[in-house]
Ligand binder design. Structure first.
Ligand code: CO
Length: 209
């Protein structure tokens, strides 16, 4: 009961399989990591970063939270971004949300969910900013889907507004911030085409001199 034997057994099988196909795999990875990507995604168990882009351990630096939010004062997320950008010198930050996100749905249902409501309120703010667009939509599914997309676009902007990313650009570091959405129904990622690659592409109000 306390050991979760099944998982430990699965782990052994996984490690053995990897080692068989590449005997040096763990030896090489244990000395250093050199990922090119920072993934900021939802905690949802159905959206595992490495698996859906089919990349092995060592290739993706990952931060996940409910509804893939990048909050200006979230030291956890900001620390991940700082480490990824300044130390690991990653080239791409991918904010990846997904349709059918429970956090997005919950932010719109006007029910009480406890502590998490304080987190979900950031999503409600995005709804409020775009309220007119939602008024034209008929079904709740359409509204949820639109909010999933707008949330990703907003979080891409939040990443770009950090001092970390702006400083990297000012120093000439090559860094692109992408917004992607994943479909639980077919396992396919869609690029929302909101990629930002330099300081001139962000809003004047947030641009640091
Ligand atoms: Co989600």
């Amino acid at each position: 009961m306390r050991l979760l034997k099944e998982l430990l057994e699965k782990n052994k099988q996984w490690a053995t399989k990897l080692k068989t196909s590449d005997p040096e795999f763990f030896t090489n990875l244990s000395s250093q990591q050199n990922p090119q990507y920072l993934w900021i995604g939802c905690s949802d168990s159905r959206v595992p970063a490495n698996q859906i882009v089919n990349l092995p351990p060592g290739d993706v630096f990952v931060h996940r939270n409910i509804a893939n939010l990048v909050i200006h004062s979230d030291l956890n997320c900001l620390s991940v971004i700082q480490y990824a950008v300044e130390i690991l010198q990653i080239k791409h930050i991918i904010v990846c949300g997904h349709y059918g996100c429970g956090g997005i749905k919950a932010s719109l249902d006007n029910q009480e969910h406890g502590l998490i409501d304080n987190w979900l309120r950031h999503i409600k703010d995005i709804y409020r900013m775009h309220e007119a667009k939602f008024k034209t939509l008929k079904t709740q599914k359409e509204k949820n889907d639109l909010l999933c997309e707008l949330n990703i676009i907003e979080q891409v902007a939040n990443v770009c507004h950090t001092t970390i990313v702006q400083s990297a650009w000012k120093a000439g570091q090559e860094l692109a911030v992408h917004g992607w959405i994943y479909s639980l129904e077919d396992g396919i990622l869609k690029d929302l085409d909101v990629c930002i690659t330099n300081i001139n592409e962000i809003s004047q109000t947030h641009r640091l001199k």
